[in-house]
Design a protein around this ligand. Sequence first.
Ligand SMILES: Cc1cc2nc3c(=O)[nH]c(=O)nc-3n(C[C@H](O)[C@H](O)[C@H](O)COP(=O)(O)OP(=O)(O)OC[C@H]3O[C@@H](n4cnc5c(N)ncnc54)[C@H](O)[C@@H]3O)c2cc1C
Length: 418
Amino acid sequence: MKYDLVVIGGGPAGLAAAYEAYENGVRDILIIERDKELGGILNQCIHNGFGLHTFKEELTGPEYAERFIDLVNEREIEVKLDTMVLDIDENKNVHTINTEEGYLVIEAKAIVLAMGCRERTRGAINMPGDRPSGIFTAGAAQRYINMEGYMVGKKVLILGSGDIGLIMARRMSLEGAEVKAVVELMPYSNGLTRNIVQCLDDYNIPLYLSHTVVDVRGKERLKKVIIAKVDENRKPIKGTEIEFDVDTLLLSVGLIPENELSKNAGITLDNRTNGLVVSESMETSIEGIFACGNVVHVHDLVDFVTEESKNAGRNAAKYIMGKKRGESFVELKNGANINYTVPQKVDIDALEGNLTVFMRVRDVFKNKAIVVRDKDNNIVQSFKKQHLAPAEMERITILKDRLNYNQGTLTISLEEVK
Ligand SMILES: Cc1cc2nc3c(=O)[nH]c(=O)nc-3n(C[C@H](O)[C@H](O)[C@H](O)COP(=O)(O)OP(=O)(O)OC[C@H]3O[C@@H](n4cnc5c(N)ncnc54)[C@H](O)[C@@H]3O)c2cc1C
């Protein structure tokens, strides 16, 4: 079995990449999705807030997904559902399995990796205490309630104030549960401000910043969760414990890009993002293998996933039509108070227009400038920002005519506004 383009993952990233590759002349495309339907994580996100940038409308997750599923179906792009990709190799053979066709090896001229991410679990954060039922990741609870029709509990505590935790606080309240509190290890929330207001403040749900879970009690079902304040080293402070009588604890403690396939294929990963190292065209370290969406870095807005994935699809099409990758790259590095940048390298000649760079900052800041400097410390471009927070992904556009290969590396830092 052979295809020009195989897209792994049928979430918003995979759908947008496949659509854009088609629009750029590729006809022989296969999308492989392990779930029973296309749409990825959006299918369980029934709240609104999607698509403000892409469609200038506020859509729910399933509505946003449907727009792209329709575009893919109208173009009769082939899809294999309920099919798991087990392995890919450097020769672009994709090994898959499903119940109807068994084990299949599919040859591809180009591949787009769009496998999304998964949630960190209790084991990943070494949570102490008993092992009763009633402890779920927030995303698993979201799937149970919104897609499978099961209510997961009545008295709830949520650990982690990222967007999934905040959205589940509201969702559980709307379904009649009593959400006692959201508990956050850091001194600031990791969620979007609009979600703090709409999901906690509007429902009078308290947010405990600089607190964590120190004990979990219960034999069969969860009975009690004990939290405590943490010091500046994030260590619990004795004597600050608060007990909550709850039957459910939801964990929203981070997402990890789903890169087991990429690791097996020997593709280079970035230990800052746990995602893939990519160039301006979303090409990975293996020529002809592209990546987009949460498999590259965790996004808070699906609109940016779409933008990035269209770029991947367009460049996969160019590769299939015979374009080879350049030899020279300028490296992008994170300087003071920047956690990571994507892309990590840029082939200036290959840029279609200006260079878009996504990044996250290390802490909450007010009135700073994101400054891009070359290897000789000259300013390439600078961007004033009134408010920056780790929860909110930053996006800057560096003008193409400011870039040249002599710059060697581009270091992006937060600096005082001059
Ligand atoms: C709870 C939650 C709330 C959110 N709220 C908002 C919001 O309000 N507004 C907003 O704009 N954004 C929101 N987002 C963010 C946005 O939905 C995500 O960033 C986006 O869905 C990521 O798209 P993706 O295609 O990269 O990943 P996913 O949607 O996760 O899709 C990846 C797909 O790949 C498939 N897959 C993985 N591995 C394999 C394999 N080996 N073989 C076959 N298939 C595979 C998976 O089954 C999945 O369908 C939210 C996200 C979450 C989790």
